[in-house]
Design a protein around this ligand. Sequence first.
Ligand SMILES: [Zn+2]
Length: 358
Amino acid sequence: MHQDLLEKLAKLCELPGPTGREEKVLEFVTEELSRFMDVSTDQVGNVVSTLPGKQQHSWIISAHADEIGYLIRSIEDDGFLRLAFNTGAEVPDTRFLPGQQLKILTDTDNYVIGVVGLKSGHLAGKEGKKVLPKMSSLYLEIGANSAEEVKDDFGVAIGNPVVFDTRTRLLGKDDNFAYGKAMDDRSGLLVLLELAERLSEIPRSSRPTLRLVCTVQEEIGVKGVHSIASYLRSEGVVSKVVCVDVGPVGDTPGTAKLATPHLNKGPIIVVKDSMMHYDRQLVLGLTRTANKYDIPVQRCVYENYGSDAVGFFSSGGFPSSLVAIPCRYTHTPFEMISLRDLIATIELLSKFVSNKLW
Ligand SMILES: [Zn+2]
């Protein structure tokens, strides 16, 4: 099913691009977008590409490059490494970390693989097995015997970022479910790449002016977007914004009361979250577009959630909306999306920006 789309999704997800070190993702996106659009990068790393069309009809579609991860916090004398979180979450999550294979991005282009260790079951004892692991009891093992070896032979230094080292895989009888690391937000970036291709095929006189933005540093509190939003504002750009990100779902055991969207029921039009109200006209326009073209969508209100749209709204002054790709197990190494939802998101946005139904 959609082999080329799937290959591109796996390629994007498997690129290491932690917050602050997004360069591999930005390079790939720049290369892909350059086939259809003029691409430039601002001083902090955000990528913006433009496909000229009708002046009075202008869209910014945005997704973030970075993924959640960790940082090397300290190096112990015996060669074990301690980790810090590389995320803006108020209460960082250790539940998914023990036993994971991780990839350290060193100061050069080299990677070092490690595994997160914890006292084994034989040694933890009855009581030890009941305790949720704290960050202070977890460590990263790279096979080094001393701090000197870590630094001199492996080239690992304090502050090096660390990501999950997970392949993208498929599940389900028609291979509809894809899971792995960084679906958040590489699946959103894939939507941008597909939009670039589709809209470039429409003659300039009948398509909207399209700006595709790939932001940095979203995962530590939507930091990168503010600079590109203020830049676009200072350039006099008048546009409406759709951010594309993943959205949590409440369709797995024990989650029904925590979120209303489901996997496989279409893209999520977010009305409000903990950071902002999304633009009402855009919410209505997206809903009308979905109805007209028979694209399944879900509307939702999120708590404990926010997106880059707040940067476009607050620092750019742009009416902003958010379309989320439903995702199970967000911020884990096995984030899971439905390929049907992904295709419906591409379909919804290409119809939305090329037809004036808002
Ligand atoms: Zn995200």
